[in-house]
Every structure is written in structure tokens, then in C-alpha cells.
Design a protein around this ligand. Structure first.
Ligand code: ATP
Ligand code: MG
Ligand code: MG
Length: 369
């Protein structure tokens, strides 16, 4: 612990903060990186805060590439926001560089650190309390697509290779079923069949991309509520944060992952499936907000594929939980023996609900397109 504190201080010493160092403390509810708030006193006596993060080097194998992504995207966002007369100091993350001008610092034991300007007078919500919250996150993630629609997505590094390559995830799943290293296969034949019945569906987005009818976009890949800062004054989503998983991808997958997580009436690991239902009302609200945020920058085809994105992300996620269950729970952290199986079942319940609501989902999308 002492060792850790001296690494924090080493990092603080290397980053080009303004003012006199006052102190630091752990901050926020992030699960991936170690996040701290650092205080500096300014010459006029006022206080300035910064976010300092020790990056998760286990999850992200290429921290330099990851920071190149964030640097490229945030510089681009800054220009766009200024062109639109916005406040680029609050509406995007702003990297605080090291004293020698780099976007991260590697300490003496090989940990990677980075810093951002603290976005004041705004908060993150961990749970959707009202449909309004969900709507606000939708407009923010839609606006993120709007602002980055002419960014050269193919120049970004894949910070987690094949993250939403559903056909590749499907191959891994089939291998896990075949290998059955934990002898759990017999117990989950129904879930395996559920996946196999949707075999052809897995390829829909990748095939559309290969045909040239689905564009590669800058995607966020962690489009949950608490990765949007909500302005205390206006109550609107002002800034999309947590850009570690920014990668080339499909806009409909960002859309779809929000639906997967946010348009369910139950928790992701709820064992009682009667509590887990797809909410068409929340799907409607998110669709409306996301399209408003995108301001016409998505193609007809992308909008048409919104329901497909929602189902794809939910099916893929359920399949990943099932894969992990078959492989002995080595990827997702579990708190009970069937945790991954419970998670898999909620996702498949939502997929079934979406299939039943398919026409209604299409009607919602048509209403706002
Ligand atoms: P996750 O579990 O969502 O992946 P993470 O570990 O990647 O989280 P972040 O989401 O980057 O961490 O940051 C953790 C929390 O710190 C955020 O939820 C937010 O409350 C706060 N935070 C991050 N960046 C800023 C910022 N620039 N200004 C103010 N608060 C911030
Ligand atoms: Mg986060
Ligand atoms: Mg994160």
C-alpha cells in the first residue's frame, strides 16, 4: 500500500498540473481503472481538481495505443465542439499531459497513469432511476456519434481485439461446447440449442459490413448510464467519458448494448426470470434520444438495423456468459456457482422478448427516423 502511494505521488510529480499540490483521494465507482481525484490550489486561492487514473494493464494490453485513440478522438471532439460554439472544457474529456508532453506516464514499476481535467458541476448516475436518465444518456451517446461521424475510424487501434466480432465469439462458444472441460454441457443443452437456433443471425452485421452497406464508425463500447456526465444545471448529458474502449465498430452495436443493459426490467444476473422483461417503452425512449443526438448522421441502413443491434448485443453477451460458464468461470467475476448461467439466462430471456416484439421495435424506429 505504501508502495502504491509512492507510485501515485511519482505520477502526480510527472504530470503537468497547474498550481500547488494539496492532496489526492480515491474517487468514483469505476471497476476497471483505479481512479483518484487530485487537488491543486491556484494562485488566486481557488481549488482545481483533476482525475488521475492508473490504467488497467490486464484488460488493455496496449496502453500506448489506447491513449493514442483517446488523444486523437478528444482533440477531434474539441475542434467540433468549438465549431458548434460549445464548451470544449466540459463537453469532452481533456487529457492533462505529462511534463514532457506525453498523454500517459509509465512509472518505475511499469504501471500506466493518465490524467483528465475534472468536469465540475456534473454527476454520473450508477442506476437508471427514471426514463429521463435513460433518455439523457441516449442523446449524449447519439451526439458522440454525430460529432465523430467524419473521424477516420479505421485509424483507431482495437483496444480489445475482436470485441464485438460476433462470428468470432460464436466460434469460441462452439469450441467451448465441444471441449466441455468442466462437464457442464449436459446441464445447459437448452441454452446451447438457443444459440444454435440463431446461427445465421450471428453473421448479419458482419456480412452487411463486408458487403459495404454498414459503415465502420468510432464506437464507444461501454455505453452505460454512468459513462455520461449529467450537468447539474440543465440536467442534460454533457459529456461522454470512459473512452478506453473507443474502437472502430458499428454504431448499432453501441445503440444495442445500451438497450441490452438499460431496456430490461431486471438486473443482468436476476435468477427469477419472471422479473426480466424487455421494455418497449424504454426502447422507444432510447431510440428517440439516440436519433436526436445523431442529428441525421446515420445512414438509412444503420437506423434500419437498430433492432438487429439490440438483439445482436444481447445474444452475444448471453453467449459469452454461457461460454464462460462452460469454461469454468475464468473471465467474468462470479459470486455464486451458477452466476454466469443466471446471467446467460437473463440475456436469452431478453432476446426472446425482442423477437416477440420485433414488429413493434421496427414501428418505434420508423416513428423517429
Ligand atoms: P467502468 O467501470 O465504467 O469501466 P472505469 O474504471 O473505466 O469505469 P471511469 O468511468 O473512467 O472509470 O471513471 C470512474 C468515475 O470517475 C466515473 O464514473 C466518474 O464518476 C468519474 N470521472 C471520470 N472522469 C471524470 C472527469 N473527467 N471529471 C469528473 N469525474 C470523472
Ligand atoms: Mg466508467
Ligand atoms: Mg471503463
Amino acid at each position: 500500500r505504501e508502495e502504491y502511494c509512492s507510485r501515485i505521488e511519482e505520477a502526480i510529480g510527472q504530470i503537468a498540473f497547474e498550481g500547488k499540490f494539496i492532496g489526492y483521494k480515491p474517487y468514483g465507482n469505476g471497476h476497471i481503472n483505479d481512479t483518484f481525484v487530485v487537488n491543486f490550489q491556484q494562485e488566486d486561492g481557488s481549488d482545481r481538481r483533476y482525475i488521475l487514473q492508473r490504467m488497467n494493464h490486464d484488460t488493455f494490453k496496449n496502453p500506448a495505443g489506447l491513449m493514442e485513440n483517446i488523444s486523437g478522438v478528444t482533440e477531434f471532439l474539441k475542434k467540433k465542439i468549438e465549431e458548434n460554439n460549445g464548451d470544449s472544457s466540459r463537453e469532452t474529456l481533456n487529457i492533462v499531459r505529462t511534463k514532457d508532453g506525453k498523454d500517459y506516464f509509465k512509472d518505475s514499476i511499469g504501471s500506466y497513469w493518465r490524467s483528465y481535467v475534472f468536469i465540475e458541476d456534473a454527476v454520473c448516475f450508477d442506476k437508471v432511476e427514471s426514463p429521463e436518465d435513460f433518455y439523457n444518456s441516449a442523446t449524449a451517446f447519439g451526439n458522440f456519434q454525430y460529432l465523430l461521424s467524419d473521424y477516420p475510424a479505421e485509424t483507431l487501434h482495437e483496444t480489445i481485439p475482436d470485441f464485438h466480432n460476433t462470428p468470432a465469439r460464436f466460434e469460441n462458444f462452439k469450441k467451448a461446447v465441444e471441449a466441455d472441460i468442466k462437464g457442464r454441457r449436459a446441464e445447459v443443452e437448452a441454452e446451447i440449442a438457443f444459440v444454435m437456433e440463431r446461427d445465421a443471425f450471428m453473421y448479419t452485421l458482419m456480412d452487411a459490413y463486408k458487403e459495404g452497406s454498414l459503415p465502420l464508425r468510432v464506437t464507444h463500447n461501454d455505453t452505460k448510464l454512468n459513462n455520461v456526465m449529467i450537468d447539474n444545471q440543465s440536467g442534460k448529458g454533457i459529456c461522454v467519458i470512459d473512452l478506453d474502449t473507443v474502437m472502430p465498430g458499428f454504431s448499432v452495436n453501441d445503440f444495442g448494448d445500451s438497450i441490452r443493459f438499460g431496456a430490461s426490467t431486471g438486473d443482468e444476473d436476476e435468477p427469477d426470470l419472471s422479473k426480466v422483461n424487455f421494455s418497449l417503452e424504454l426502447f422507444d425512449i432510447y431510440t428517440k434520444g439516440f436519433l436526436e443526438g445523431c442529428k441525421g448522421r446515420l445512414t438509412e441502413k444503420e437506423i434500419y438495423l437498430f433492432p438487429t443491434g439490440a438483439k445482436m448485443m444481447t445474444l452475444e453477451c448471453g453467449m459469452r456468459f454461457l461460454t464462460d460458464y462452460l469454461q469454468g468461470d475464468t473471465y467474468f467475476r462470479i459470486h455464486r456457482e451458477t452466476h454466469n448461467l443466471d446471467r446467460c439466462r437473463t440475456q436469452f430471456k431478453l432476446v426472446s422478448d425482442m423477437e416477440k416484439n420485433w414488429d413493434a421495435m421496427k414501428t418505434v424506429v420508423d416513428k423517429y427516423r
